[in-house]
Design a protein around this ligand. Structure first.
Ligand code: AMP
Length: 130
């Protein structure tokens, strides 16, 4: 069965899309740790990021770098934190999280609750930076 991320990539499930190319796809995390929290996923369904071949892993990082640059310009932050967890969705993904301090990377803290309009506004702000 296709993963939830494959279904997002295929357009079966809606998302706030940020960017895509032939191999990778980026969209806003639906339960963000901070405003602008974005996921980068390979279109190829791979369970774990380090199962990717060296070349694909490199390409994914280069794609994530471009997405991170756009997020950094759009969202007030000091850095874009990078995390790989993968305990919830078995489809490789990189979390890109705008942060001001170390604690902003804490996935256990209260997440940000956003309305549809707020998600749309963040999506627009980031997409405009490409
Ligand atoms: P993890 O697999 O532990 O890295 O966590 C999966 C992440 O995917 C979590 O941050 C979820 O909020 C996020 N997520 C799950 N379903 C969706 C969805 N339909 N749209 C956007 N993000 C999602």
């Amino acid at each position: 069965m296709a993963t939830i991320f494959s279904r997002i990539i295929n357009g079966e499930i809606p998302c706030y899309k940020i960017a895509e190319n032939d191999k990778f796809f980026a969209f806003l995390d639906i339960n963000p740790v901070s405003k602008g929290h974005t996921l980068v996923v390979p279109k190829k369904e791979v369970n774990y990021i380090f199962t990717l071949g060296d070349e694909e892993l490199g390409e994914m990082m280069v794609f994530a770098k471009k997405v991170a640059a756009a997020i950094e310009k759009a969202m007030p932050c000091k850095r874009i934190g990078v995390a790989v967890i993968g305990l919830e969705v078995p489809h490789a993904h990189i979390h890109l999280i705008p942060i001001v301090e170390e604690g902003d990377m804490d996935f256990k803290k209260e997440h940000v609750h956003l309305t549809n309009d707020e998600f749309l506004d963040i999506q627009k702000r980031i997409v405009e930076q490409f």
